[in-house]
Write a protein that binds this ligand. Structure first.
Ligand code: ADP
Ligand code: ZN
Length: 723
């Protein structure tokens, strides 16, 4: 049967291969075993029950809480030639009747409805005349009171199950907490616990967090990189949304606002225009995004700090559902933290504590110098094994050199001590910088020996240092009052027994990543294809992505297919779509290729998704590896490419890791500033701990050898070993 599922995957959906876990889940459902599916947004949950629905002989009932999502799914299935209908209160009397008769005629494979519609006696009576093979419960966390969106009607789904004892039940959600997962299984009477939990790592999202310095300019610079590509800008307050919309519109961008202060119809209209590619950018409060399925959102910009990691993850998750690269930028401002703290302080005690903890986790994510995926996925209880993801600002810029900050650290720590460990960072910084605040005067802190000894650094720099002192465990923060306290580790630094290594300059901007609008295809042809797609979409009154996803058009503009056969090899082109829409696009491609004298290129790549994603990055390290082997030195390469030496060593490491040989040379040693003893110690540590991850080696050497050195010696070690 799984062969049949694979054929449907290609013939109907036009996809080459299953995404992780999809095949296992489909097999489980076809084996008629109840199934719990936990996958992040964009993971591909729908396909997990849609393919079995096409294999089962009788009806699949899909329960979903949001009318807009049901409508979207039915539109997509209809475009694929799959019989699917929706029953809900927004249908006209005629439409409702037509849909019912199609169900009774056995003309549909999937029926979408809201739980309250399903529970209506007339619906249940209608269904009793048909066999139901599968009940799929989408957004299944709505069943749990522990979830963020509890809906009491969902509780009654178990009774519906009892009415259709032969039907297998599939529950799907993107909520990761174990408590909710258990609750879903209990509430639905799942006998065997067949749960499939996918990784929450969304590989195609590039994560970047920078200091918020001049947000409007930063926003404009950022969105300029995405001409004509859809994106969302999230702000905390309605007023901010309105102001920003106005500014961006004046600057010539295509933007519409979305927030709870607008009328229902205005909101709906703006959302619809965004979904249909009539408007490029939505500026929105967090209220936006729940009911939309738009797969080609290419960027999410957080203009303000999100509430916590969970909402950050949920919001960035709306980008790049189609699996293509999308860019997520967060502007991180210290004044935003104060705003959130202000709101937190108005909460009740217990709530307050959790909120503070959530905020600290978020700050930790923003300030980490390691891969951003580590704190992000740790938060969801997942261990991220790779040391470098290559898709966050920290990984892309290579490890930064830590410098000796023992003196400022000592100043800060002793000031904390002099203030009797009763104050938060803000006051400590006021004292260090010689501020004359009310608090300083009230406690006579102008008389302390640490008063005014830290004027050489800005307030922001001190804040940044204090976060590092917390992260490295030299201080702890009282969750309730925010006061800072020293730990044993702090005393080692205060007494000069340990160095404190860190970064004083707040994070520099990551080097400009590859141009986001560049996806390796012929841009002029892509624009023509998009235009045609929009025209067809408007004609049939559906969003453009229902006709073909972006990836199909990109592949058309890479491979230039000129016959229906070659078109069928492309991503997202199934039998029906090829027949219905293929000729429109083939016409355009043929004409374009003739005019430009471009031949068709065979599509032989098995996994274009990976290739498109990695193409740009891959080329670079291979070019650098080959140039190095041709005789150039590391120093020359750094100058030629205008990057740091550590960037070159990272590229060379990737080159070796891919199995390419590197010419031997002593430059790795001569560039190193370490003593021979230190070098031996590093090499021995590589022997002991391996070379895959640098962090453990850095830790094992007591954080005394900087990453640049570790990079160099790792190469030396690997080249020597390879001989
Ligand atoms: P979720 O419901 O988990 O957020 P969807 O079911 O909406 O995700 O799928 C996200 C996108 O990925 C959709 O555009 C879908 O067509 C696409 N997709 C799903 N499975 C595959 C696959 N195996 N290969 C390629 N694209 C897929
Ligand atoms: Zn990373």
């Amino acid at each position: 049967m799984i062969q049949q599922a694979k054929t449907i995957l290609k013939n109907t959906f036009g996809y080459e291969e299953f995404r992780p876990l999809q095949q296992e889940i489909i097999e489980n459902i076809l084996g008629r075993k109840d199934t719990l599916v936990i996958m992040p947004t964009g993971g591909g949950k729908s396909l997990c029950y849609q393919i079995p629905a096409l294999i089962f002989e009788e009806l699949t009932v899909v329960v979903s809480p949001l009318i807009s999502l049901m409508k979207d799914q039915v539109e997509q299935l209809t475009a694929l030639g799959v019989g699917a209908v929706v029953l809900n209160s927004t249908l006209s009397f005629e439409e409702y009747g037509q849909n019912i008769s199609r169900i009774l005629r056995n003309d549909v494979r999937l029926l979408y409805l809201a739980p309250e519609t399903l529970l209506m006696p007339k619906t249940l009576a209608m269904l009793s005349s048909r066999r139901v093979d599968c009940i799929a419960i989408d957004e299944a966390h709505c069943i749990s009171e522990w979830g963020h969106d509890f809906r009491p009607e969902y509780r009654q789904m178990v009774e519906v199950r009892n009415q259709f004892p032969k039907a297998v039940c599939v529950a799907l959600t993107a909520t990761a907490t174990p408590r909710v997962q258990k609750d879903i299984q209990n509430c639905l009477n799942f006998e065997t616990a067949n749960a499939f939990i996918a990784s929450f790592n969304r590989k195609n999202l590039f994560l970047q967090i920078v200091q918020k310095t001049s947000p409007v300019l930063q926003t404009i610079e950022f969105i300029k990189r995405f001409p004509n590509q859809p994106g969302i800008i999230y702000c905390l307050a309605r007023k901010q949304v309105d102001d920003l919309t106005q500014t961006l519109t004046k600057a010539g961008f295509s933007v519409k606002p979305y927030h709870a202060g607008l009328s229902d119809s205005e909101r709906r209209q703006n959302q619809e225009r965004f979904i249909r590619d009539d408007v490029q950018i939505m500026t929105a409060t967090i209220a936006f995004g729940m009911g939309i399925n738009k797969p080609n959102i290419r960027f999410v910009l957080h203009y303000d700090l999100p509430q916590n990691i969970e909402s950050y993850y949920q919001q960035i998750g709306r980008a790049g559902r189609d699996g293509l690269r999308a860019h997520c930028l967060l502007l991180f401002g210290y004044s935003d933290i104060h705003k959130i703290k202000y709101f937190i302080n108005q909460k009740a005690d217990k709530e307050k504590r959790t909120a503070i903890m959530h905020l600290s986790a978020l700050i930790g994510l923003a300030e980490t110098g390691d891969c951003r995926r580590i704190p992000l996925l740790t938060y969801f209880g997942e261990k991220y094994a790779k040391p470098e993801c290559g898709m966050c600002d920290n990984c892309a810029s290579g490890e930064q050199t830590l410098s000796d900050l023992s003196i400022p650290a000592q100043k800060f720590l002793s000031c904390v001590k002099r203030c009797e460990e009763m104050f938060g960072a803000e006051h400590i910084i006021d004292v260090l910088r010689g501020g004359k605040t009310q608090k300083v005067v009230k406690f006579s802190h102008q008389d302390l020996s640490t008063y005014g000894i830290g004027k050489e650094y800005s307030k922001q720099e001190w804040f940044y240092l204090s976060r590092q002192l917390l992260q490295k465990g030299l201080m702890i923060q009282d969750m309730e009052h925010g006061s800072l306290k020293l730990t044993q580790k702090a005393w080692e630094v205060l007494r000069g027994k340990e160095l404190f290594l860190g970064k004083m300059d707040a994070k520099p901007e990551a080097p400009a990543p590859i141009k986001d609008s560049e996806n390796g295809c012929d841009q002029s042809l892509f624009a023509l294809l998009r235009e045609k797609r929009k025209e067809l979409a408007d004609m049939t009154n559906v969003p453009p992505y229902v006709i073909f996803p972006d990836k199909t058009l990109i592949e058309m503009a890479i491979f230039f297919p000129q016959s229906p056969e070659s078109l069928r090899h492309l991503h997202g082109v199934g039998a029906i779509k090829s027949e219905r829409y293929g000729h429109y696009f083939l016409d355009i491609i043929s004409r374009y290729c003739k005019a430009q004298n471009i031949p068709e290129k065979p599509k032989i790549i098995l996994n274009p998704e990976a290739v498109i994603l990695e193409k740009a990055a891959k080329r670079k390290y291979i070019i650098i590896g080959e140039t190095y082997n041709s005789g150039k030195t590391i120093k020359e390469l750094a100058a030629d490419f205008n990057v740091k030496i550590s960037t070159i060593t990272t590229h060379l490491f990737n080159y070796i890791s891919d199995g390419y040989p590197i010419r031997p040379g002593d430059e790795f040693l001569t560039l190193s500033a370490l003593t021979p003893d230190q070098q031996t110690a590093v090499l021995e540590t590589y022997d002991r701990l391996g070379t895959e991850q640098l962090k453990p080696v850095f830790d094992a050497l007591n954080e005394k050898i900087c990453y640049d050195e570790l990079h160099l010696l790792r190469l030396y070690y690997l080249v020597r070993r390879g001989q």
